[in-house]
Design a protein around this ligand. Structure first.
Ligand SMILES: [Zn+2]
Ligand SMILES: [Zn+2]
Length: 334
């Protein structure tokens, strides 16, 4: 029997009778991280890392959530389970499952470059590896984050000098905090949308280092914060919420910004190519480091990526999941 199988509820472990990041309600759910496509409401019992738990509770409310430390081994039924850093967002994990002497790893979402905020990605040896491939095309190749940070800081400085606010669209969990840790806080004040600030507060309490930020309230006036950088969920860009800042420049940070068509459709003044997912080389390096022979690819350029793996000597197949790619996370501006 396979260690993990693919069902209409999600990835299932028969030996341990649990699901990993299931998309329909189950009795026991092991959760890689708090993004909405992985941590869904309605399960009877949850297990996630200690580091991911506060934000999962914030998003899902009063759930039956047990926690595990990175690297800690847990026996569930006839399976041994452990969680290992995925480097995607703070607290995010890959899940290792061992049953009958065979090891499978579910990557969740991951990136292999350390971002200075999330626990750095850790390769885990296994026989079978279930990998995302959101950016599984050779065109996706990330430049060093320091170079993108310099671009963002230059954009913010120029706007501040011109008397304009800079509004940066970023998802409230993960991307927003990564950008905050990259920008130069000496340029001006940093304001945040309530959804971003709520996550900031949770992560600060856990000890993740973030610069000082001021939450935007109904009373916030642009003239009281000249030259400010405002970090808000993408849905807030161009909304009534954003109009209080008057003539502002808008920016958006995403791996998708590498594609010219996406840049144009986003209708923002500036696009910054930065992602919390592995690029083409990151994916291939991670797969190589697992030593796995069997690769299951989900969400992204699955067909192209699986074909490349098969031509390169792996045994790869596409598996359907309901996980989204970067920026598929739906968030309201509220
Ligand atoms: Zn994610
Ligand atoms: Zn995802």
């Amino acid at each position: 029997m396979a260690v993990l199988t693919f069902t209409d509820r999600g990835i299932y472990c028969p030996a341990g009778d649990f699901h990993i990041d299931p998309w329909r309600p189950v009795d026991r759910a092991l959760i890689t991280h708090g993004h909405a496509d992985h941590a869904r409401p309605g399960h009877r019992a949850y297990l996630a890392t200690q580091a991911a738990a506060p934000v999962i509770r914030h998003r899902l409310g009063d759930i039956n959530l047990d926690t595990i430390r990175f690297g800690e081994m847990r026996r569930i039924g006839a399976a041994n389970v452990s969680f290992h850093p995925a480097g995607h967002i703070p607290g995010s994990a890959q899940i290792r499952v061992e049953a009958g002497g065979e090891v499978w790893v579910v990557s969740g979402d991951y990136k292999t470059d350390a971002d200075g905020l999330s626990e750095p990605f850790e390769p885990v040896r296994c026989h079978s590896f279930i990998t995302e491939c959101t950016f599984g095309l050779p065109v996706f190749s990330w430049r060093p984050a320091g170079e993108i940070a310099a671009e963002m800081n230059a954009w913010w400085s120029a706007n501040a000098a011109a008397g304009k606010a800079s509004i940066l669209g970023a998802y409230s969990l993960g991307k927003a905090q990564r950008l905050l840790s990259l920008v130069d806080a000496s340029i001006g004040p940093i304001l945040t949308h309530g959804a971003v600030e709520a996550t900031n507060a949770i992560l600060r309490r856990q000890g993740y280092a973030l610069p000082d930020t001021v939450a935007v309230t109904p009373e916030t006036k642009a003239k009281d914060h000249p030259g400010a950088l405002i970090v808000a969920p993408p849905a807030a860009l161009g909304s009534a919420w954003a109009r209080r800042f008057g003539d502002a420049s808008t920016g958006f940070a995403s791996g998708w910004m590498q594609l010219r068509g996406v840049r144009r459709r986003r209708a923002t003044d500036r696009g910054f190519v930065i992602s919390d997912h592995a690029d083409w080389n990151g994916l291939l390096g991670a797969i190589r480091d697992t030593g796995a022979e069997n690769i299951y690819v989900t969400h992204g350029y699955t067909d192209i990526f699986a074909r490349h793996l098969n031509e390169s000597g792996w045994s790869a197949q596409v598996v359907p999941t309901e996980f989204g790619g970067e920026d598929d996370e739906t968030e309201s501006a509220a």
